[in-house]
Structure formats: C-alpha cells, structure tokens
Design a protein. Structure first.
Length: 76
C-alpha cells in the first residue's frame, strides 16, 4: 500500500472514529530503523549511490560536484 492510498481512506472513515483508529493501527507505514531507505543524501535526499564513509552522507552525484570543495582530489 502506498502512502497516497493510506491517506485517501481517511475521507471515507471520518464518520466512523472507531474504525478509523483500528485502520490506522494496522495499516500505517512502518518506521524504518535500518536499510537503504533510512540513509539519504544530505543535499538532494536520494537513497541511491549513498557515500557514507567518513560521515560524508552524499549520493555519488552530489559527491562528484562537492568533492573539490571538500578537499578531495581526483586520483589519476
């Protein structure tokens, strides 16, 4: 179930508070404690290509743009 489907049902259950409470309890999205979705780029928010070494926490695209400013040099 996607987030948009989760919120659409609220309109239908507004008149039934007990059913709404039960629906939220069993169908809300889980909070993630580990895995790729918890780590995101500080700059753009992307989860893909995450560079977390040395506490950088950037995606690979943002890292390529920011590397000279941070002090990294291209190794030839």
């Amino acid at each position: 179930m996607t987030v948009s489907d989760f919120s659409k049902v609220f309109k239908q259950l507004q008149n039934k508070p007990s059913k709404l409470k039960k629906y939220i309890k069993h169908n809300k999205p889980k909070t993630r404690n580990f895995g790729p979705t918890t780590k995101g780029c500080r700059r753009c928010g992307s989860n893909k290509g995450h560079v977390g070494k040395y506490g950088i926490n950037l995606c690979r695209k943002c890292f390529r743009e920011m590397a000279p400013k941070i002090g990294f040099k291209k190794f030839i």
